[in-house]
Design a protein around this ligand. Structure first.
Ligand code: KG4
Ligand code: ZN
Length: 334
């Protein structure tokens, strides 16, 4: 038997997901149950609500994955699960499900870092070339990571305050847009113009770190000051101006880091990688640069289990196995 099938499980935030992936790069099944509708009325993810939904959903989602794949447990080689970072109660559902299944079905168990998963969402039907630079932009993370090989991660920059997705969600809230705000602002931005010059946090000259809290405050102050003057700004223009600032910083810093480390490939990962403005700006920047740019298809940008299975495959091949003491770790380091 030459093919390796990994079953992946992801429950770190508000998506309950199970997937089956062949040889780390072929999608066989990808089942996702989103809880967005349950969290919308609270304006964000409520951890306790998330955990309860995961418990309710996980068995159905698992069944759905096997239905999609038309496979049986005998064909599965190992189970990979997100062990962190994320919401501890949410992570625990995935970890304990994976442990119970690994024990009952006698399969090896592999713990996966959520960000490694986001990175490996880029490997479907294509191959990585090292050294590789990864820009990870999600609700909880904004990081530049250098990879010299599979499974090897060096952090070269990160946010000092808010994550990019978090800034999107907070600005969206001040504009009275429903959660999650990223896609909403992305859409509004296409209907507006950059009429406001919001700040860009470049930080020190040689820094690959990010900062988005100043931008967020600037947006809030601008809206507030305008309303005090009895003016009202167009939401579309605020969205376009805010997005221009975020995209400018992300694109410029990624470009500089790619040059500084002379990488073979640049990849983008995480929920904000779904942003049309960011995708377009990065594509323009890296076009004709000789550095290939990989961005996952939209449904693999946000949380899913296929990416966890893909990262789990590499770890499996490297001989990593988790013991029965595998535990949820909300602040797991990459
Ligand atoms: O990767 P993800 O699903 O979950 C985390 O690991 O955080 O990312 C979710 C984040 C949210 O903040 C959401 O607003 C943002 O990704 N997001 C977007 C877009 N789609 C999702 N942000 C900007 N533009 C989008 N199109
Ligand atoms: Zn994520």
């Amino acid at each position: 038997k030459n093919d390796t099938y990994i079953l992946g499980i992801e429950t770190s935030c508000d998506e309950t997901a199970v997937a089956i992936v062949k040889n780390g790069k072929e999608m066989v099944a990808n089942a996702v149950a989103s809880q967005i509708d349950s969290h919308k009325r609270f304006g964000g993810v409520v951890p306790e609500v998330a955990s309860r939904h995961h418990v309710e959903q996980i068995t159905c989602v698992l069944e759905e994955a096997f239905l999609q794949a038309n496979m049986t447990w005998e064909q599965i080689d190992a189970i990979a699960v997100t062990e962190g970072p994320g919401l501890v109660g949410a992570l625990l559902i995935g970890v304990n499900t994976a442990k119970a299944l690994a024990f009952a079905k006698q399969k090896p168990l592999i713990g996966v870092h959520h960000i490694a998963g986001h990175i490996y969402a880029n490997r479907f039907d294509r191959e990585f070339a090292f050294p590789l630079l990864a820009l990870i932009v999600s609700g909880g993370h904004t990081e530049l990571v250098l990879m010299n090989d599979h499974g090897s991660y060096t952090l070269i920059g990160e946010t000092r305050d808010d994550a990019a997705g978090e800034a999107y969600d907070k600005v969206a809230r001040t504009l009275d847009l429903p959660y999650p705000g990223g896609p909403q602002i992305d859409q509004l931005a296409t209907e507006g113009a950059e009429t406001i010059n919001f700040p860009r946090a470049w930080l020190e000259d040689d820094s690959f770190d990010f900062s988005f809290s100043g931008l967020k405050s600037s947006v809030i102050n601008t809206i507030h000051n305008a309303s005090q003057r009895g003016e009202s700004l167009k939401k579309e223009d605020i969205a376009a101006s805010f997005q221009a600032s975020v995209v400018d910083v992300l694109t410029t810093k990624t470009w500089k880091a790619a040059q500084a480390y002379n990488v073979q490939q640049v990849i983008v990962a995480g929920g904000v990688a779904a942003n049309q403005g960011l995708r377009q700006a990065l594509e323009e920047k890296f076009q004709n640069s000789g550095m290939p740019l990989l961005i996952p298809p939209l449904k693999l940008c946000t949380d899913n289990a296929a990416m966890i299975a893909a990262a789990g495959f590499v770890s499996y091949e490297q001989g990593n196995r988790a013991g029965w003491d595998l535990n949820a770790n909300p602040s797991l380091i990459l």
